[in-house]
Write a protein of this length. Structure first.
Length: 256
């Protein structure tokens, strides 16, 4: 995977799309507790986007860095780090390139926001997880958060909740939906923007591989990453393939 044009185009609106304050309020307490339980100091956020997790973890004392395939996202992340006076490292590096382009090894690696399904073949998933393992120290922690494709693929649940952002007279709406194909799906984002007057819009899309728990478990094991927990969301509830919104895998390199 050489690039993902959807995210290059979305980078200018990504922080509105994500709503970092709300997302971090939900995710950071769980992630911090997990990192603390494994004595983590150095963290790499793979597919970091504009770096919201990295910068928040830096503010809490972690030596956090980020990598993303999108050069536009990394440019935004570097600018935000500079504006906050932070020394986080941000690299343009995709899955399969982390161990060679980013100066590890790390105590923990995060792969959040349904990022891993952007690799489109079983071989690419295998290479990506082996690359993540190489970027970790022995006994290092890996956290992967995907949508629950066991449920999504069975139900063909196309539509995701509408996302909204407002800043004075300016407003943004992000409508996300999926098209299902024989072996994969297309993720579509319609961005509607209003600057005090008429609406404008743009549409972007990218292909996804619906990675289900069985495939992820096999490939983690093949990469030397032993799962220690399967959660269905950031509430740490046990993963339920029929009901959970997410699939969160917590794994340790070498099982130690």
């Amino acid at each position: 995977m050489d690039s993902v044009p959807l995210y290059d185009d979305l980078s200018v609106d990504y922080d509105r799309f994500i709503d970092w304050p709300r997302r971090l309020a939900r995710e950071l307490p769980v992630l911090e507790a997990l990192l603390a339980s494994y004595g983590v100091e150095r963290v790499l956020d793979a597919a970091c986007g504009t770096g919201g997790h990295v910068l928040a973890l830096r503010e809490r004392g972690y030596l956090a860095d980020g990598a993303d395939l999108s050069a536009e996202m990394i440019a935004q992340a570097r600018a935000q780090a500079q504006a906050r006076g932070q020394e986080a490292g941000f690299w343009v590096a995709g899955f399969g390139e982390l161990a060679t382009r980013v100066p590890g090894p790390y105590d923990a690696l995060l792969c959040l926001g349904n990022s891993l399904p952007h690799v489109l073949t079983g071989d690419e998933v295998r290479r990506a997880l082996r690359d993540m393992a190489r970027a970790l120290r022995d006994g290092g922690l890996l956290v992967i958060q995907n949508r629950n494709y066991d449920r999504v693929w069975q139900s063909h649940d196309r539509y995701m909740p509408l996302l909204q952002h407002r800043d004075g007279d300016r407003e943004w709406l992000f409508f996300r939906f999926m098209d299902f194909h024989e072996e994969g799906l297309t993720f579509n984002v319609v961005t509607l923007a209003r600057d005090g007057g008429n609406w404008s819009y743009r549409v972007g899309s990218t292909e996804l591989r619906p990675i289900q728990q069985g495939e992820l478990a096999r490939e983690l094991d093949a990469a030397g990453l032993a799962p220690v927990d399967w959660w269905g969301g950031y509430d740490r509830a046990a993963f339920d393939p029929e009901r959970s919104g997410d699939l969160i895998a917590v794994a340790v390199k070498g099982g130690g």
